[in-house]
Design a protein around this ligand. Structure first.
Ligand code: ADP
Ligand code: G6P
Length: 470
C-alpha cells in the first residue's frame, strides 16, 4: 500500500488496546501499516465539534471528533441505537422513527467527512466500521475523496422487509454503493445485502459479481471476524482464578458473558437455566451454577433499562426458588472484568451459553473455545442465530426461543463424554484459528486494495444523495 490506512469507528480505544476483537484487530492492522484511527472522543462535549483532537499516538495516530449532548442523544442513542441497531437485530418493534434522529445522524456523518476529507490522499485506504457510519462514504465522495473506501458491518445485515421501516428505505443501498467494498460477517449477511441490491431498480449485477449502482461499482463479500486465539489461550492457562473470584468449587460452572443487550437473549437463557434446575430437582447430580457477567450498556435507551429490570426479576425469582444456604445457582454480575480474568473463567467453566436472538458474529463464542484445555474442554452452547454458528457447526447449536431445548443442551453439555467434548472442541478450535483477527484484517484490506480505483467523481448535489427516491 503506497498511502496510509485511515480507520474510522465510533468507539476508539482510549487506553491500552486490549478489549474486544475489533480493537485488537484494528490495532494490529494499524501497527503493521501505520496510519490513523479516528473515533468519537470518550469525553462527551469535551472539545470543538469542528476540529479533530489528537488523543494518543505511537505506531499510529488516534484522532477524535467531538459529539455534543445533542449528537449523543440523537445520533448515538437515537438513530444508531434506537433505529439501526434494533432494525438489524430483528426488533423492528423497538425502532423509534424520529426526524431529529435522522438529521443528527446525517449531520454527524457530514461533519466527520468534512473533518476527514482534507487528510485523505488518493492513495490512502479508508476503512469504515459499523452502522454509525453508513453514509460516510457518500459524504466523502461528495467532498472529492477518490481513495478506496471499505466498510465493515459488525452486526447482522437487515432483511429487505425490515429496511422498509426506515424513513427513506432506499438510502441504505445508496449509502453502501459509495464504498468500493462492503464487508459483512457471514454468507447469510451477504445474501441479504445482495437481495437488497437485487430489489433496487438502480442496481445492476455485473458478470464479475460486483454491483453497479449509478456510476459506482461495489463488491460485497463476507469476512468472518475472529480473535487472537493464541494470546487468549495463553491468558487462560495462567493460575486458577478461583481464589480471586470466589467461584463455587463445589458446583459445575456454566458461564455467560455479554453486554446487557436485548439481542443477547438473556431472559430466555435464565429461564432455560431455571428449567434445567427444575429437571435436576431431587436428583443426586452435582450442583451447577450459572455465572452471568453482563455490564450495562446504552442505559439511556428505554429498551436497555427494561431488559435489566426483567433479568433482575427472573434471577431473583429463580434464586429464591432454588438457592440453598451454601449455594446460589445464578450469580449475575453487572460489570466488566479484566480480560485475563475472563480468559481464566472461561477455562474453568464446563459450559458457555451464547444464546443471542440475533448477533453479527459473537466473539465470546470464539474466546470460550480458545480458552479451553483441548484435553478436557468445556462445551459451547451456541444460538443458531449468532453469526458464529455458520461455521462452528460442532458447537451444541440451539434455538434461543426454545427454553426446553436450551435446558436439555445444558444437561447434555454437563454430562457429555470426554471423547465427544474433545471432538467438538477440535472442530470449533479449527474455525477459531482460521478466522484469526490478523488474517481477517489482512483479507479485508487485501481485497480492498484490488478494487478498481475511482478516477473521477460525478458531481453530486446534496439534495440528491440524501433524498434518494429516484
Ligand atoms: P458485542 O460486540 O455485541 O458486544 P461480542 O460477543 O462479539 O458482542 O463481543 C463482546 C466483546 O466484549 C468480547 O470480546 C467480550 O469478551 C467482551 N466483553 C463482554 N462483556 C464483558 C465483560 N463483562 N467484561 C469484559 N469483557 C466483556
Ligand atoms: C457492538 C457494535 C460496536 C459497538 C459495541 C459496543 O459490538 O458492533 O460498534 O462499539 O457493540 O457498543 P457501544 O454502543 O458501547 O459502542
Amino acid at each position: 500500500m503506497s498511502g496510509k490506512l485511515v480507520v474510522v469507528s465510533n468507539r476508539i480505544p482510549t487506553g491500552a488496546p486490549s478489549s474486544g476483537g475489533l480493537v485488537v484487530a484494528l490495532h494490529d492492522a494499524l501497527t503493521r501499516s501505520g496510519g490513523v484511527w479516528v473515533g468519537a472522543h470518550p469525553d462527551q462535549d469535551a472539545g470543538d465539534p469542528e476540529s479533530l483532537t489528537e488523543i494518543a499516538s505511537g505506531d499510529y495516530d488516534r484522532l477524535a471528533f467531538h459529539l455534543s449532548e445533542d449528537d449523543y442523544e440523537n445520533y448515538y442513542l437515537g438513530f444508531a441505537n434506537s433505529v439501526l441497531w434494533p432494525l438489524c437485530h430483528g426488533r423492528v418493534d423497538l425502532v423509534e422513527i424520529s426526524r431529529a434522529y435522522e438529521a443528527a445522524y446525517l449531520g454527524v456523518n457530514a461533519r466527520v467527512a468534512r473533518l476527514l476529507a482534507p487528510r485523505i490522499g488518493p492513495d490512502d485506504m479508508v476503512w469504515i466500521h459499523d452502522y454509525h457510519f453508513l453514509p460516510l462514504a457518500v459524504e466523502l465522495r461528495r467532498l472529492g475523496v477518490t481513495a478506496r473506501i471499505g466498510f465493515f458491518l459488525h452486526i447482522p445485515f437487515p432483511p429487505l422487509s425490515a429496511l422498509s421501516t426506515l424513513p427513506t428505505p432506499g438510502d441504505f443501498a445508496a449509502w453502501l454503493s459509495a464504498f468500493d467494498l462492503v464487508g459483512l460477517q457471514t454468507r447469510r449477511d451477504t445474501a441479504a445485502c445482495l437481495e437488497m441490491f437485487r430489489a433496487d431498480p438502480r442496481a445492476e449485477f455485473m458478470t464479475d459479481g460486483t454491483v453497479k449502482f449509478h456510476d459506482r461499482t461495489v463488491s460485497v463479500r463476507s469476512f468472518p471476524i475472529g480473535i487472537d486465539a493464541d494470546s487468549f489461550a495463553e491468558a487462560a492457562r495462567a493460575p486458577d482464578p478461583e481464589a480471586e473470584l470466589g467461584v463455587d468449587t463445589g458446583a459445575d460452572l456454566v458461564i455467560g458473558v455479554d453486554r446487557l443487550d436485548y439481542s443477547k437473549g438473556l431472559p430466555n437463557r435464565f429461564r432455560a437455566f431455571g428449567a434445567f434446575l427444575d429437571g435436576r430437582a431431587g436428583s443426586d447430580a452435582p450442583r451447577a451454577s450459572l455465572l452471568q457477567i453482563a455490564p450495562p450498556t446504552r442505559e439511556r435507551v428505554a429498551a436497555y433499562r427494561a431488559i435489566r429490570t426483567e433479568l433482575e426479576e427472573i434471577s431473583g425469582r429463580l434464586n429464591g426458588a432454588h438457592s440453598e444456604l451454601d449455594w446460589t445457582p445464578i450469580r449475575y454480575i453487572h460489570r466488566g472484568v479484566e480480560r485475563s480474568t475472563l480468559a481464566r473463567l472461561y477455562r474453568r467453566a464446563r459450559a458457555c451459553l451464547v444464546t443471542s436472538l440475533a448477533d453479527g458474529m459473537n466473539l465470546v463464542a470464539k474466546e470460550y473455545v480458545a480458552a479451553q484445555d483441548p484435553e478436557n474442554p468445556g462445551v459451547l452452547i451456541l444460538s443458531r442465530f449468532a453469526g458464529a454458528a455458520e461455521d462452528m457447526t460442532e458447537a451444541l447449536l440451539v434455538n434461543p426461543y426454545d427454553i426446553d431445548e436450551m435446558a436439555a443442551a445444558i444437561e447434555t453439555a454437563l454430562t457429555m463424554p470426554i471423547e465427544e467434548r474433545r471432538r467438538r472442541h477440535a472442530h470449533s478450535l479449527r474455525v477459531v484459528r482460521d478466522t484469526h483477527v490478523t488474517r481477517w484484517a489482512q483479507s479485508v484490506l487485501g481485497c480492498l486494495a484490488t478494487c478498481p480505483p475511482t478516477l473521477s467523481l460525478r458531481a453530486t448535489p446534496k439534495s440528491e444523495t440524501l433524498t434518494l427516491a429516484d
